[in-house]
Design a protein around this ligand. Sequence first.
Ligand SMILES: O=C(CO)[C@H](O)[C@H](O)COP(=O)(O)O
Length: 262
Amino acid sequence: MTGELSPIDKAKFVAAKKAAEYVEDGMRVGLGTGSTAAWLVRCLGEMVRDEGLRIKGVPTSTRTAELAREVGIEVISLDSAKWLDLTIDGADEFDGNMNLIKGGGGALLQEKIVATASDQMVVIADIGKEVETLGAFPLPVEVIPFGWQTTQALIEETLVSMDVLGRTSTLRMNGQSPFVTDEGNHILDLHLNRIGDARQLSMVLNQMPGVVENGLFVDICDVVVIGYGDGRVEVRDINAGTIEESMLDFAEPDNLFTDLVD
Ligand SMILES: O=C(CO)[C@H](O)[C@H](O)COP(=O)(O)O
């Protein structure tokens, strides 16, 4: 990459760089998906290359697996890792309780399985992802292709009965065809505007036949590392109850695999 990073990329990069400090030698680390998580993978690749860091990475998508291998991280399956020390991933939204909407990149199923199988989940995000109430970002729901329209109708009826605001849903597309997840499923994006009770909605959605998983991450995230376009980072730790702010000494990541596409 040549030239300055845009403020948004800078925010993502500093969040990722700060979160990389959580990774210690010998750890088994869940590697998230998306543009912010890609910065993390590049930062870890740099640590492997330049500092001799030895980690085993469990990617949450085929995209992340490819990038991790390209930057020199040893990739293993979740089943061979069994349990992870840490997962670091991005988010589409996070609220004051560190509940999340994820799945904008379509990887929510593996992301939730991997994060739940970790001692700690650290979310990395630019400040634009913070919301007072979840729901402005359409909630991704992974559904089985068989009878997906019936599942969609069931979801919409249920939302009406729950009096959830905004009751439309759309099938995520990839050009002219439905988007297909790594597990061969489709994604319905629920346009809700505002999610009052994320825990309840998550449980109700997951009880429906045809629904595989939804993008609400409730009580899974432990730490949020928030990046700002000027290089500041804020670390919120829900268990320690602390908020720390620091200015990351931002160095243009010119040797950080930025030629590799996430
Ligand atoms: O949940 C995700 C992928 O399924 C991503 O973490 C989320 O969409 C954020 O992506 P980005 O860092 O590109 O904004």
